[in-house]
Design a protein around this ligand. Structure first.
Ligand code: NAD
Ligand code: UGA
Length: 470
């Protein structure tokens, strides 16, 4: 029986390995992590992440051919294939701070693999890493290798999106495997290909050289984020000219060369990866003497920051230039629907902006806890991955924030409602009831363009949507 071990039981390691276990009953999969609470949660009925369909997949194979453990070294030593799916956040200090990827976790995982291995291994980069990381990893693995172990490094970046992870894993657009162009490298690529071939059609399994696979992951995220920044930039122009961004996006997306997906204007993109990966790309370009290319990609992040700031400015200016002491309901805190993940969510920047103008916020999200929201609001930018550096919560700012477990409670007596996450339930709320219980004039700022503007206006709301005429 082939044995797989995955280091890192996070948003990628957990679901990806669960899918491999489900589709490959002949393979034993162990997911290991240094975080005891995370592993305990994976072994409990309450999984540590919310992802539609994940519970069923885990329940179908847990304790059969899927295991979660903190005994990292034992399972790495026993494995034939070791996936490394640890976090690779943006560096917060030192050379490249604010841009470069922090590879501390990756390097410590690689050193541990080198120390505990007693047999040949295929080591798979699952985390998103800077191009050429495999070269550094190879050096770490082969340094001090007096045991004669053969390590083959593969790059197998993950393209799943949160909220649709199970669907994305079950039917991927493509699986990408990069390896060394040597007989050993090609053999390793074939071994990993055989794992995915259990359920992925062969023409969807792409094989490339190592550097192409590493760079394709950064490129794919940069292209996706670029589409959002492009349509968001257009949304600003729509607001100034009377064009409707949804109509523009539809017309543009009908061109089969452009396509309709990922053209939803929004309050800004969030999530743990788009900003991090683009900044990483920017840093790599700078290090390779390509400042013009770096500048080009940096604009994608800058437009995203501009969009979040623009949203806050619009709220304040439409509410007679002051939100001081006014209750504002924030509906949605996660970075997108169907996830409880709040990393780099635009909600943090919007809330900071409104708190800076002394608004009183009442926040509701169906999947995010009060503790999580307060931790996020207390953190400096980039700090989400370093809880030990948490700033003390500012008692003054938190007096302005209340977290409630119901959209009606959040909107009661409020002057305005801001839709920050596109949860389906926000489309189905009884807006007449909400209007009746709000201060007048009652404002709605739809940061996701998910509400029916006409019917809200009929009720009496003043409605602002992204990139739409008033
Ligand atoms: P995560 O923070 O949810 O999980 C990483 C896990 O690794 C944590 O549980 C951490 O405790 C563990 N870890 C860190 N160092 C370790 C070590 N030395 N030994 C054992 N465990 C260790 O991160 P994630 O969202 O799963 O992302 C992982 C990687 O995948 C990142 O590089 C990210 O860019 C990439 N990625 C993420 C997504 C996504 O949707 N979240 C999608 C594609 C790619
Ligand atoms: C994204 C990519 O879609 C995945 O392919 C990739 O694997 C992953 O990053 C990663 O590397 O981590 P994810 O961040 O989970 O996945 O979610 P997306 O669906 O891409 O959404 C990202 C952000 O963009 C969200 O805040 C979303 O609301 C926003 N968005 C998305 C828009 O504002 N408009 C759109 O049209 C699409």
């Amino acid at each position: 029986m082939v044995k797989i071990c995955c280091i890192g039981a996070g948003y990628v390691g957990g679901p990806t390995m669960a899918m491999i276990a489900l589709k490959c009953p002949d393979i034993q999969v162990v997911v290991v992590d240094i975080s005891k609470p995370r592993i305990a949660a994976w072994n409990s009925p309450d999984l540590p992440i919310y992802e539609p369909g994940l519970d069923e997949v885990v329940k179908a194979c847990r304790d059969k051919n899927l295991f979660f453990s903190t005994d990292v070294e034992k399972h790495v030593a026993e494995a034939d294939i070791v996936f490394v799916s640890v976090n690779t956040p943006t560096k917060t200090r030192g050379l490249g701070a604010g841009k470069a990827a922090d590879l501390t976790y990756w390097e410590s995982a690689a050193r541990m693999i080198a120390d505990v291995s007693k047999s040949d291994k295929i080591v798979v980069e699952k985390s998103t890493v800077p191009v050429k990381t495999a070269e550094a990893i190879e050096k770490i693995l082969t340094h001090n290798n007096d045991k004669g172990i053969n390590f083959q490094i593969l790059s197998n970046p993950e393209f799943l999106a949160e909220g649709t992870a199970i669907e994305d894993l079950a039917k991927p657009d493509r699986v990408l495997i990069g390896g060394r162009e040597t007989p050993g490298g090609r053999k390793a690529v074939e071994a990993l290909k055989a794992v995915y071939a259990h359920w992925v059609p062969e023409d969807r399994i792409l094989t490339t050289n190592l550097w192409s696979a590493e760079l394709s992951k950064l490129a794919a995220n940069a292209f996706l984020a670029q589409r959002i920044s492009s349509i968001n930039a257009m949304s600003a122009l729509c607001e100034s000219t009377g064009a409707n961004v949804s109509e523009v996006a539809y017309a543009v997306g009908k061109d089969s060369r452009i396509g309709p997906k990922f053209l939803n204007a929004s309050v800004g993109f969030g999530g743990s990866c788009f900003q991090k990966d683009i900044l990483n790309l920017v840093y790599i370009c700078e290090c390779n003497g390509l400042p013009e290319v770096a500048h080009y990609w940096k604009q994608v992040v800058q437009i995203n920051d501009y969009q979040k700031t623009r949203f806050v400015k619009r709220v304040v200016s439409s509410m007679f230039n002051t939100v001081s002491g006014k209750k504002i309901a924030i509906l949605g805190f996660a970075f997108k629907k169907d996830t409880g993940d709040t990393r780099e969510t635009p909600a943090i920047d919007v809330c900071h902006g409104l708190l800076g103008d002394k608004a009183l916020l009442s926040i509701y999200d169906p999947q995010v806890t009060e503790d999580q929201m307060k931790r996020d609001l207390a953190m400096n930018k980039f700090d989400w991955d370093h809880p030990q550096h948490l700033q003390p919560q500012s008692p003054t700012a938190f007096k302005q924030v209340s977290v409630v477990w119901d959209a009606y409670e959040a909107t009661k007596d409020a002057h305005a409602v801001c839709i920050i996450t596109e949860w389906d339930e926000f489309k189905k709320l009884d807006y007449q009831r909400i209007y009746d219980n709000m201060q007048k004039p009652a404002f709605i700022f739809d940061g996701r363009n998910v509400l029916d503007v006409e019917s809200l206006r009929k009720i009496g709301f003043v409605v602002y949507s992204i990139g739409k005429p008033l």
